[in-house]
Design a binder for this molecule. Structure first.
Ligand code: RB5
Length: 146
């Protein structure tokens, strides 16, 4: 599985830890930056990761900013992206099961690295349930397309 990852200055240490963790687990991780801990605008990184997922260069994405919220707002503007800002385990799992979310957004100032790694594992290991949930996602797509 190919995973795109990116962060702003609010999530730099988390991004590197998640990248190392996923690589150790055998995932093919593409790092869209930032590569040094300096202040950047999170929509620029959300656009890069979101585009890689939307055009199927990568299967799933991980975005980290201070809260996870700015990244999710920006990524969800890209057609085909379902980005979920999560800070606990239940949501990280169910946003895959029910929403077929394709980007997980985390807050580097909200959760510690240990929790972030657990949420990432739940996200990448949980399949979409399909069925009635596909109908609901189709309705999201209809909103997007009209
Ligand atoms: C950057 O200071 C901060 O605003 C950003 O990382 C993020 O939390 C925005 O949602």
């Amino acid at each position: 599985m190919k995973i795109a990852i990116g962060c702003d200055h609010g999530g730099f240490d988390h991004k590197n830890a998640i990248k190392d963790h996923l690589t150790e687990r055998g995932f093919d991780v593409t790092d869209f930056g930032i590569y040094e801990n300096k202040s950047v605008d999170y929509p620029d990184i959300a656009l890069k990761v979101g585009t890689a997922v939307a055009n199927s260069t990568c299967d799933l994405g991980i975005l980290i900013c201070g809260t996870g919220i700015g990244m999710s707002l920006a990524a969800n503007k890209i057609k085909g992206i379902r980005a979920a800002a999560c800070s606990e385990h239940f949501s990280a799992k169910y946003t895959r099961l029910h929403n077929n979310s394709n980007i997980l957004c985390l807050g580097g100032r909200v959760i510690g690295v240990g929790t972030a790694l657990e949420l990432v594992d739940l996200f990448v290991d949980t399949p979409f349930e399909g069925g009635r949930h596909q109908r609901r996602i189709d309705k999201i797509s209809n909103i997007e397309n009209n």
